[in-house]
Design a protein around this ligand. Structure first.
Ligand code: RAM
Length: 927
């Protein structure tokens, strides 16, 4: 008996302990909830999402007791009220893992239209748990062609036979509408819509969205993106009207210079499906089909990306998207089935929007016209509010710069007319904003308005348009011109991320030039949250890859010339790898690995004994070429072989990151073989032989690791000699320029790189700033005060390629770089040098905000840093290491958060845990 009661007491006390610990466990749920919940490539609560197997990412709040994550739990449900305890789609259970980014969904299969709710909690290093995060959500779009019941519809716009400036058929913009009645009260409504062309949609007289030129630009013959809108609040009981404006856009307009492809383009069409869920659970669906009517007699008479828009207000059709409008005179639309060979997929990045408003800073008159100066070269459209008289036609012209005599410089638009016309229907102030075109400009010229009125600055506002991403980083320094350079880089980004990465935004190109993208991509990732932008475009690159593995010059490929260029096609290995380094997301490698391999085989097929014959644009626009060629002096074969090796190397690294050992070995061996042949063919003892000795030839060899160890130093010496021979100026084009800073930085030639960066004379970054640049130019001397505009017509004043220096400014001047993919380990290694006395940068990395800000005051060096939770940093603090440094104002004593790992004569190497720190060191005299 005694025994039994003891046992009972024992059991009770055990239960008690369990209960207490359960309670205390519960009580320990005290940490602030995770924040910044995102899915896949950085989407927050997306509607019409593209992927049924998303990944989840979150950030730990920066708290003193939150250094790292020891575990997490994700719960996913079909209704918010099921969270967290009754998650019906997925419960990851508590996972002992530090992973807080890109955690793959492993629950029930998700389907088109499905709405999904999720939240997450984490445990910190001390096993304390957080509260559950807020509940985030996403809703899938229509994932398969079979989800579409609608048909493509449109008018036969070829019938009118309007011929454009290059004999191309112009498709008049169409207005399409349908009345429909709903019989029930609605609970929710989704509009799934896309176009072969670009569209704007309204319901019952109200704009559905402020998207600019959706659905955007993809290889249309393979894939067209679809957009989902929540239109629940726009649907009325009873009678409703939907109206869509449709223009040629990229799909049916002229694009590129290969006339034959747009002489006879397919007529624009729309496809839409309005799905209504009623309060009683029933469904109704409105489709684009033969019941729609359309006209081309609306106010937008013409619209072309290159040439501009023509608008006649006399043809406005008031209320045409409302029930009251009578469309008797409108035509019935033609109907076309959707085909299986063009995949309809939800857009996988954000649409273009009007993001920034620029006001006019100055106005002046020239030859009877008024010129509005926004003092910033920008991309988008003007918002015009100007007094007009009935019947007058306003002419709106654009220019990136004025000629010295004050007239418009438009030669560099080449064949792009880039002009808008607006005809007024009555006297008074008109308001107009072109809808289906965009321009690259700083100046707007108006003529044809009511001249009895005094021109005013507020007649013109610049609406800056680009893919809807946000700022991801900042860079500032004590030097105004370096800050202007940073500003020019950011404006280059804003100007050339118009749904796809473009070479330039203003002339008759605006195409996805692969080389430019390769060169500028890495810098863009610091300045903006463009992971989804790049991941989306990479899908287009995959779809555009030729059967033989070649990558076209431009993506989407509108040139169809089957031509390939070394250093351009390599975008397919370089950008995925760079994204992986910045994000740590293996998905970008998985998605692109096959493309990389095929591209490397293509390199192989273009090589003899591993020496490339691929050629093409070479070190494009190298300044002062001896041969006078845009392709510069560096040997094409040397360039091709270098990129062959580099792409093989990146493919090997990718294989390794993905755990594909065999393929790693294969590509790594190939890389080494190509490197050996490269050295043997073009170098003797580290010196370039047989072909032109250029800065870029040495840069490629050193940046891509193509020389044997014993010859690297000598190659560097020759590089320094080449730079000295150029009076310490760069002689690099598109391919060489990003490598210049990389190589000089990596080989300890920081002083020289500072010299080149701060050069004021041609060719240099500051040279164009001294000539008035507010963006990055295509050429180092696109314009000069002494000689005027570069006589070459290929002279864009908004060409982001040379902005590639931005990566170095973040990584070396401010000193923030990833040691491991995704910044799990961060390197903070600022490089203070004359003439800078301070510099600072901050970047949002997948774990949170990283910041590095330094300042020199007398002989003291001040460094303030922020290291986000769940990471650690190696900090290289410049210092006279004979003297101790201050940490947060007190003499440094090693502690849990900051450990001294090593010191050299002029640097402390510290291992730093998450947190905010202030370091103050004494500088050596020569530092
Ligand atoms: C130009 C483009 C682009 C460049 C190609 C080779 O026309 O503008 O910048 O990559 O040529």
């Amino acid at each position: 008996m005694i025994h039994k009661s003891m046992q009972k007491a024992f059991t009770i006390s055990i239960l008690y302990v369990v209960l207490i610990s359960l309670i205390s466990c519960k009580q320990k749920e005290t940490l602030e909830k995770a924040n910044d919940l995102k899915i896949s490539e950085g989407f927050e609560n997306p509607l019409g999402f593209y992927n049924a197997i998303p990944t989840f990412s979150w950030k730990l709040p920066a708290l003193d007791n939150n250094k790292s994550q020891s575990a997490y739990q994700i719960v996913v449900a079909s209704r918010p009220d099921l969270l967290p305890n009754k998650a019906d789609l997925w419960n990851s259970k508590k996972q002992n893992s530090a992973k807080s980014t890109w955690v793959k969904y492993q629950g029930e299969k998700l389907k088109s239209r499905q709405k999904v709710y999720w939240q997450v909690k984490y445990w910190n290093q001390d096993k304390e748990s957080s509260f559950w995060s807020d509940i985030n959500h996403f809703e899938l779009g229509l994932l398969n062609n079979s989800d579409w019941k609608a048909k493509w519809i449109g008018l036969d716009t070829k019938k009118e036979k309007i011929i454009g400036i290059q004999k191309n058929i112009l498709h008049r913009p169409q207005y399409l509408r349908k009345n429909f009645k709903i019989s029930n009260t609605i609970a929710s409504a989704r509009l799934y819509i896309t176009a072969k062309g670009v569209f704007d949609v309204a319901l019952n007289g109200k704009d559905v969205s402020d998207d600019v030129m959706p659905p955007g630009y993809t290889p249309y013959k393979k894939r067209i993106e679809t957009i989902t809108y929540d239109v629940t609040n726009l649907i009325e009981s009873g009678q409703n009207t939907i109206g869509v404006e449709l223009a040629a856009g990229w799909h049916s307009g002229r694009l590129g210079w290969m006339k034959k492809f747009w002489l006879d383009t397919e007529t624009p069409k729309i496809l839409c499906q309005l799905e209504l869920t009623m309060k009683d659970g029933s469904k109704e669906i409105i489709l684009s089909d033969d019941s729609w009517k359309a006209t081309t007699k609306g106010p937008i008479r013409l619209a072309s990306i290159y040439d501009g828009e023509t608008y006649d207000a006399n043809l406005e059709m008031p209320s045409w998207t409302t029930n009251s409008f009578i469309d008797k005179t409108w035509e019935h639309v033609n109907v076309f089935p959707i085909s299986d060979d063009i995949r309809l997929e939800p857009k996988r990045h954000t649409t273009v929007k009007s993001k920034i408003k620029l006001t006019t800073k100055q106005i002046f008159e020239k030859d009877g016209a008024i010129i509005f100066d926004l003092e910033q070269n920008m991309v988008g459209v003007p918002l015009i509010k100007v007094p007009m008289k009935k019947g007058q036609t306003l002419k709106i012209r654009f220019a990136e710069m004025l000629s010295p005599d004050g007239t418009f410089y438009t030669e560099n638009y080449r064949g792009a007319l880039s002009t808008n016309y607006y005809t007024a229907k009555e006297d008074g102030i008109i308001e107009y904003m072109p809808k289906f075109t965009f321009h690259g400009f700083r100046y707007v010229e108006l003529s044809g308005f009511d001249t009895s009125k005094n021109p005013s600055k507020n007649w013109v506002t610049g609406l800056v348009q680009y893919s809807d991403f946000e700022k991801n980083g900042t860079f500032m320094s004590s030097h105004p011109k370096l800050n202007q350079l940073q500003s020019n880089i950011v404006w280059g980004l804003r100007g050339n991320f118009f749904d796809i990465p473009t070479d330039c935004p203003q002339r008759d190109e605006r195409m996805g030039w692969t080389g430019d993208a390769q060169v500028f991509g890495p810098t863009s990732m610091f300045n903006a949250d463009v992971y989804k932008f790049w991941a989306s475009w990479l899908q287009s690159v995959r779809e555009s890859q030729f059967d033989n593995g070649g990558i076209p010059w431009v993506v989407p490929d509108v040139l169809y010339n089957n031509k390939v260029s070394a250093g351009w096609g390599d975008v397919c290995t370089i950008i995925p790898w760079k994204i992986y380094m910045r994000t740590g997301d293996e998905k970008v490698l998985e998605e692109n690995f096959e493309m990389m391999k095929a591209w490397v085989s293509f390199h192989e097929s273009k090589a003899k004994n591993y020496i490339s014959t691929m050629g093409f644009f070479a070190d494009w626009l190298q300044p002062l070429p001896e041969n006078g060629d845009n392709r510069g002096d560096t040997s094409k074969s040397l360039i091709g072989t270098a990129f062959f090796a580099h792409s093989a190397n990146l493919t090997a690294k990718t294989a390794k990151a993905l755990g594909k050992t065999k393929e790693f070995e294969k590509y790594n061996t190939l890389y080494k073989t190509v490197a050996k042949s490269f050295e043997k063919k073009f170098f003797v003892n580290g010196k370039v032989i047989k072909v032109a000795e250029t800065q870029t030839s040495y840069l490629l060899a050193l940046a891509f690791g193509l020389l044997s160890d014993q010859h690297k130093e000598s190659a560097k010496t020759h590089l320094l000699r080449k730079i000295a021979e150029a009076d310490n100026h760069l002689r690099t084009g598109f391919l060489g320029t990003p490598l210049l800073s990389e190589v000089l930085g990596a080989t300890g030639e920081i002083d020289l790189m500072y010299k080149l960066l701060f050069n004021e004379t041609y060719p240099s970054w500051f040279y164009s700033i001294n000539q008035g640049a507010t963006t990055i130019w295509e050429r180092w001397n696109s314009y000069s005060k002494e000689e005027g505009f570069n006589p070459q017509k290929m002279n864009s004043l908004n060409h982001y390629a040379y902005g590639a220096i931005g990566e170095w400014m973040y990584e070396r001047i401010a000193g923030i770089a990833p040691i491991e993919a995704g910044y799990k380990k961060i390197r903070i290694a600022p490089q203070p040098r004359n003439p800078l006395t301070s510099a600072s940068a901050s970047v949002q990395v997948p774990f949170g905000n990283v910041a590095s800000s330094w300042q020199i005051k007398g002989d003291k060096f001040h460094l303030n840093i922020t290291i986000p939770p769940n990471t650690s940093a190696k900090v290289l603090l410049p210092a006279d290491t004979n003297k101790n440094f201050l940490l947060n104002g007190s003499d440094f004593v090693e502690n849990t958060y900051v450990k001294l790992k090593y010191k050299s004569k002029d640097e402390f190497e510290l291992l730093v845990q998450p947190g905010v720190y202030k370091f103050t060191s004494n500088l050596n005299k020569d530092q």
